[in-house]
Design a protein around this ligand. Structure first.
Ligand code: ADP
Ligand code: MG
Length: 332
């Protein structure tokens, strides 16, 4: 099978919103009046972002999910994406499963595959997503990293740390009972981009980012871009690890034997969570709860923005904790 047959078979699909999809030199998108485009790229490299033998269906899902998560963080509505794919060989069952996982998530979010590039080489997947955000009275409604204000509450959606727990297990560093590994593995391999929540937070949140490299590291980007500091309740964050009830056999059957320090590290620096971390004034607490409900996404308040720069970490008694939770950095 040649390059063009491969594209036609696995990646060429009719488009509905785009003006023109796969098949010409460019795709064509028509931004709607009163909107601007939000654009983001993410690359997934074999052996670095995923195991080479990972289920191709979940890989297809995750490749798009991490990109949709960036749109979610900006409060953008997904429109379309391109796929640049480098493949070591033409493996049809692999391609069929990859395309199925990819296009199923695309369909869920009404995000169309409109083009890309296909070459031979080490397995590498690069997706660029295009979304739209409204412009109201000349002002973009996009959520940015730069809008956090002193006194704002800090929230995170969903769960933290379970993806990392799965990764540590797959790397042979820890042992999980099979049912727990299955649920953590889902978090690692098929994350849920918080697309509806991001859009519901437009006009409510002052700043937002998606958590890909670890909670504290990604919070650091909001703090830096907004010129503020923060206080985070570490033990509130710990409770967001879905596996936390396995602490000290609290589920009754199994004790994961992790120290408080290890649970904190999972929650605060786990990575691969693809949750939304955002800030909003205290006057917006009801609106934040409403956004969570409307998007059927759990949202938890975990701290507060401060005028003083720096990140203060406190335990449940309000005692200061040392912050040595490094986030992921490819070149560190
Ligand atoms: P060009 O040589 O002009 O770059 P290509 O031959 O690479 O065009 O691609 C032909 C068409 O197939 C283009 O419309 C391109 O966007 C699309 N395409 C190529 N690879 C992919 C892919 N992996 N997924 C979706 N569309 C693709
Ligand atoms: Mg090309």
């Amino acid at each position: 099978m040649g390059e063009f047959d491969l594209i036609a078979r696995y990646f060429k699909r009719p488009v509905r919103q785009a003006v023109l999809g796969v098949g010409d030199d460019c795709a064509l998108l028509q931004p709607r009046p009163g909107t601007q485009m939000a654009i983001s790229s993410d690359m997934l490299v074999s052996g670095r972002h995923f195991f080479a033998d990972v289920d191709p269906r979940t890989l297809g899902h995750k490749s798009l999910a991490v990109n949709l998560s960036d749109l979610a963080a900006c409060g953008a509505r997904p429109l379309a994406f391109t796929l640049a794919l480098s493949l070591p060989e033409v493996n049809e069952p692999w391609l069929a499963a990859f395309a199925e996982g990819l296009l199923a998530l695309a369909e869920t979010h009404g995000c169309e595959l409109v083009g890309g590039d296909t070459t031979a080489g080490p397995l590498n997947i690069c997706i660029t997503v295009f979304g739209e955000v409204p412009v109201v009275n000349g002002r973009s409604q996009a959520l940015l990293r730069s809008g956090a204000q002193p006194g704002d509450d800090i929230y995170v959606s969903g769960n933290l740390g379970d993806a990392r727990l799965a990764l540590n297990t797959l790397l042979g560093q820890i042992d999980l009972p099979p049912e727990l590994l299955a649920s953590c593995r889902q978090r690692l391999e098929t994350p849920t981009p918080r697309v509806a929540l991001g859009q519901a937070l437009r006009g409510v949140a002052t700043a937002a980012i998606d958590v890909s490299d670890g909670l504290l590291g990604d919070l650091g980007h909001i703090l830096e871009n907004s010129g503020v500091g923060a206080c985070i309740e570490a033990d509130t964050a710990i409770k967001l690890v879905a596996a936390y009830p396995y602490n000290k056999g609290a589920t009754g059957q199994f004790d994961l034997k992790l120290s408080t320090e290890q649970w904190r590290s999972l929650a605060l620096a786990g990575g691969d969570d693809y949750e939304l971390l955002f800030t909003a004034p205290a006057s917006q607490r009801a609106a934040v709860a409403q956004a969570g409900q409307a998007s059927q996404t759990p949202v938890t308040r975990i701290g507060q923005i401060r005028a003083e720069p720096g990140l203060l970490l406190v335990d449940s008694q309000g005692q200061t904790l040392p912050n040595h939770y490094a986030s992921f950095d490819h070149f560190a």
